[in-house]
Design a protein around this ligand. Structure first.
Ligand code: FCB
Length: 484
């Protein structure tokens, strides 16, 4: 898939008027279990790969862990009231696999399911439609010790867990997503090692990618058997909006490579019948694709789904290696954390450049034109109804003397990106909802609690929640049904 015409590299070419959002558009916010729940050892939950990784010295900034996080496990009623006060019509959260099926095998634990039953019931009482993600990166550690995503068995374990979760919650959760950003699970988890489980083997990363795909397909099959016919199934992908730095054949080749191993590794088998030949050729020295992909796998992965979720933060600008001092620095600058190992197996030499220097606290460039191009390209290439399942920004928020948190940069970021969604809709993309990342400040993976993405501030000492200016602004957008 080419998501943008590489010959018009710099900016979106989609020129459209401001439009209102369609009726029934979902106005949401998103979170993930390990980032907010805490209660890591309660009610039968066992460690996930993130518990173990976070407790490994040097892996997470300041040694932060999700042991307590923002204590959502005990404060979910207060958090749902906050969502209701903001007027959210939908809420995207993830289910913790080791809370529901400790060790990744055997029957479900009722106490774990009870937490999600109570959460979902509370959402429904407030008129907030739940969207449940089955896997937002917290593989039971026992399954990692048995081989993790690089082994095929894990895909089957995932489908079994999906059936258990759907059996318990399927009567009240209308939208299910299988995986969140499998690119991160495979390539940050097993390639660069900056995410759990912290392995650094390019062949394992590619095997993990295939088994995540297979797990998705098997889970879709299992969910269809268990869920009511009205339920919708989705996946959330962080498809990279790749732009070549220049129009030279070398830079366009770099863009092709990153699109292959960043995007088409998922969308090929999910929506186009199989893995593309160029992806397999780029990585043939690392894995034997004929052995890895068994007959029938691609058909399994390609089971139809109902909605496609995009997580978008920034565009990705790439070039061929440049013979200058910048190169060594820039080569690592792909926005995903420092590692001497690459998260781009087979394309380790590609150089990453900042799209511009207007950046968030993560160092991620702010460029909403990439969201327009992504949504329009996904609509054109896959023809599915779309959700923006994540979009948002970290900034250095300051609590004022009056206790308020004024975050005009976040308001600006979200406004630019909501306008981009409206532009994509005006250009014909069927976008059904927007989920702001994130409702609450939370555990930002390898950055621990140092990066705040919430529209609601959390004091990590007292767990006090304070809606920021952006929360009040978003509530107003929702009340109006769009931008002013
Ligand atoms: C995405 C993750 C989400 C959050 C945001 C900032 O990659 O899905 O959990 O960390 O980035």
């Amino acid at each position: 898939m080419t998501m943008t015409d590489p010959t018009t590299a710099a900016h979106s070419s989609v020129a459209v008027p401001r439009v209102a959002f369609p009726p029934g558009f979902s106005w949401g916010a998103a979170t993930a279990a390990y980032q907010i729940e805490g209660a890591a050892a309660e009610d039968g939950r066992t460690p996930s790969i993130w518990d173990v990784f976070a407790k490994t010295p040097g892996k997470v900034l300041n040694g932060d862990t999700g042991d307590v996080a923002v204590d959502h496990y005990h404060r979910f009623r207060e958090d749902v009231r906050l969502m209701a006060d903001l007027g959210l019509t939908s809420y995207r959260f993830s289910l913790s696999w080791p809370r529901i099926q400790p060790t990744g095998r055997g029957p479900a634990v009722e106490r774990g399911l009870d937490f999600y039953r109570a959460l979902v019931d509370t959402l429904l009482e407030h008129g907030i439609s739940p969207v449940a993600t089955l896997y937002h990166w917290d593989l039971p550690q026992d399954l990692e010790e048995a081989g993790g995503w690089p082994i095929r068995e894990t895909a089957y374990r995932f489908a079994e867990y999906a059936a258990l979760a759907a059996g318990a919650l399927g009567d009240r959760v209308p939208v299910w997503t299988t995986l969140n950003e499998p690119w991160c699970s495979a390539f940050l988890g097993y390639g660069s090692g900056v995410h759990a489980p912290g392995r650094t083997n390019p062949a394992d990363a590619l095997k993990a990618a295939h088994h995540l795909n297979l797990g998705h397909g098997l889970a879709v099959g299992a969910l269809r058997e268990v869920l009511p016919a009205s339920a919708k199934i989705a996946v959330s992908l962080n498809l990279h909006l790749v732009r070549p730095l220049t129009d030279t054949p070398e830079d366009r080749e770099a863009a092709r490579r990153i699109e292959a191993v960043g995007n088409r590794v998922w969308t090929g088998p999910m929506f186009k019948g199989g893995y593309d030949e160029d992806l397999k050729a780029d990585t043939a020295h690392l894995v034997d694709w004929d052995e890895l992909v068994r007959p029938g796998d691609e058909a399994e992965i390609g089971r139809p789904i109902d909605l496609l979720g995009l997580n978008y933060y920034n565009p990705t600008v790439v070039s061929a290696p440049r013979d200058n001092a910048e190169t060594a620095e820039a080569a690592r600058n792909d926005g995903h954390g420092d590692s001497e190992f690459s998260c781009w197996p087979g394309s380790e030499d590609v150089v990453f450049h900042l799209a511009n220097d207007d950046v968030t606290a993560m160092g991620w460039p702010i460029d909403a034109s990439g969201l327009v191009d992504s949504l329009v390209g996904m609509h054109r290439d896959f023809g599915l109804p779309l959700l923006v399942t994540e979009n948002g920004a970290a900034f250095e928020d300051v609590v004022g003397p009056d206790g308020e948190v004024d975050d005009p940069e976040r308001v600006r970021y979200v406004e630019l990106h909501l306008q981009a969604v409206a532009d994509a809709i005006a250009a014909g993309a069927d976008v059904r909802g927007y989920y702001l990342w994130s409702l609450l400040d939370n555990f930002e993976w390898a950055y621990g609690y140092s990066k705040r993405f919430g529209i609601v501030h959390v004091d990590y000492d007292t767990q006090q929640r304070t809606p920021k200016t952006s929360a009040r602004w978003y509530a107003e957008v929702i009340r109006r049904g769009g931008l002013a």
